[in-house]
Design a protein around this ligand. Structure first.
Ligand code: SF4
Length: 413
């Protein structure tokens, strides 16, 4: 391998890290002063935007330690049989880059992942050493998200938790059969065992901190994972079932869904085309319904055809269309759990409605003032001056509510 400059390594190792969805892009338009001759860029090599646990958008240096890997996961550009240009940072290079970018105010933290070199333990040691040096030798107070390797030694993973704000282990595929077929060196059972252990360590550390502010922190922003959408034949029902299990059993903070992108020289076991991005979006919407809106996987799955979420409407509307008997909901009397099920009503609006109805009986205009649009909501609610009458029974209700294709991409709930 020819000697690469630090900038060349950064270009390679930051590009390879983009396949990890755990850092969400802010969605800003891409502008680059190198092309325009002006000043300032909204994008810079290796910098992504993510959200801190308190909701702040933060910029992270998002890189791999190395793009070499001894594993051969079929869906991964870094796999051992892949014909990509390889590069690796040293611990000192990652530490210097992080400090350098931080001092220049480019970033507020580091997201560090890695291919597996020599052994899972050796790789975990490199990752932990970066975090240790940043925290202990340089007093780095920024955000650190470390990708952990479940095959690594439990003590090493525990050390990672002492330095990192967040840890993640990517489960990648929703079923053990999928893992065995596409990532043969990985073991679904081992991934879940490591997540369980981390979950216990995180909650124990939290409880200990409640007793004493001097108790050590352990991954205070919790653990997350990523699943690839469309790399295997798993349906959305299976993906949501797996996510639900991860949230319930191991206390995961987030499951990220990443639409599979075809890679060069891909294995024949992979689909030739990427799934529609809207499928990823519908999974995120369903994930919110599970976590914040009181829906069960079975309820969401009851709207699916062939295990797939409808693409032409959001999952809450799809559910309401099949359960018209549960509507209209009286906004002046209904419990919060039922208001959360009204298509078009988000959790924040529901809380505002509940606060407002303590002072007066709500009219349709009152609801309209608290939400963006009444169009989707109107057939499913009743107020002092409004009842949808026969609207709910109309055969063309879906056609009246489902926006044209382009708007469907953008509408949330
Ligand atoms: S272990 Fe990680 S980096 Fe290595 S091939 Fe599998 S997914 Fe890629």
């Amino acid at each position: 391998m020819s000697k690469l400059s630090r900038l060349e390594k950064l270009a390679i190792l930051a590009d390879a890290a983009k396949y990890d969805a755990s850092c969400a892009s802010s969605g800003a338009a891409k502008r680059n002063s190198r092309e325009s001759g002006g000043i300032g860029s909204t994008t810079s090599i290796g910098i992504c935007h993510s959200y801190a646990p308190d909701g702040r958008c933060i910029s992270l240096l998002k890189i791999l330690m190395t793009i070499m890997c001894m594993f051969d996961c079929a869906y991964c550009i870094n796999r051992s049989s892949s014909n990509v240009r390889r590069a690796a940072f040293t611990v000192a290079e990652v530490v210097d880059l992080t400090l350098d970018f931080y001092k220049r105010n480019y970033i507020e933290g580091l997201f560090l992942s890695s291919g597996i070199v020599r052994s899972p333990d050796y790789t975990m040691e490199l990752i932990v050493e970066v975090a240790r040096q940043l925290r202990e030798e340089h007093g780095f107070k920024g955000y650190i998200h470390l990708k952990t390797i479940p095959e690594g030694d439990a003590d090493l993973i525990a050390r990672a938790g002492r330095y990192a704000d967040r840890l993640s282990i990517n489960i990648e595929l929703p079923s053990d059969e999928g893992i065995a077929a596409l990532a043969p060196e990985k073991d679904g059972d081992r991934i879940r065992r490591t997540m369980a252990r981390l979950g216990t360590q995180i909650s124990d550390a939290k409880a200990e901190r409640k007793r004493s502010r001097k108790a050590p922190v352990f991954a205070p922003a919790g653990q997350s994972t990523q699943m690839i959408v469309g790399a295997d034949a798993s349906g959305d029902d299976r993906m949501l079932q797996t996510s639900d299990t991860l949230y319930q059993r191991y206390g995961l903070r987030r499951v990220y869904y990443s639409a599979f992108s075809p890679i060069p020289d891909a294995s024949r076991s992979l689909p030739a085309q990427a799934p529609p991005l809207l499928r990823e979006h519908r999974l995120y919407q369903s994930d919110w319904l599970l976590r914040f809106y009181g829906f069960s996987v079975e309820e969401i799955a009851s709207t699916m055809e062939g295990g797939r979420l409808a693409l032409d409407m959001d999952p809450k509307l799809a559910w309401a269309m099949t359960r018209r008997d549960m509507f209209p909901v009286d906004v002046n009397r209904a419990p919060r759990e039922m208001l959360l099920r009204v298509p078009g009503l988000g959790a924040r609006v529901v809380d505002r409605l509940i606060a407002a109805r303590r002072h007066r009986r709500l009219r349709l205009d009152d609801v309209g003032r608290l939400c963006q649009s009444l169009r989707k909501i109107r057939p499913f609610i009743e107020t002092v001056d409004w009842r949808p009458s026969g609207l709910l029974d109309r055969a063309d209700l879906k056609a009246r509510l489902v926006p044209p294709a382009r708007a469907t991409q953008l509408a949330l709930f």
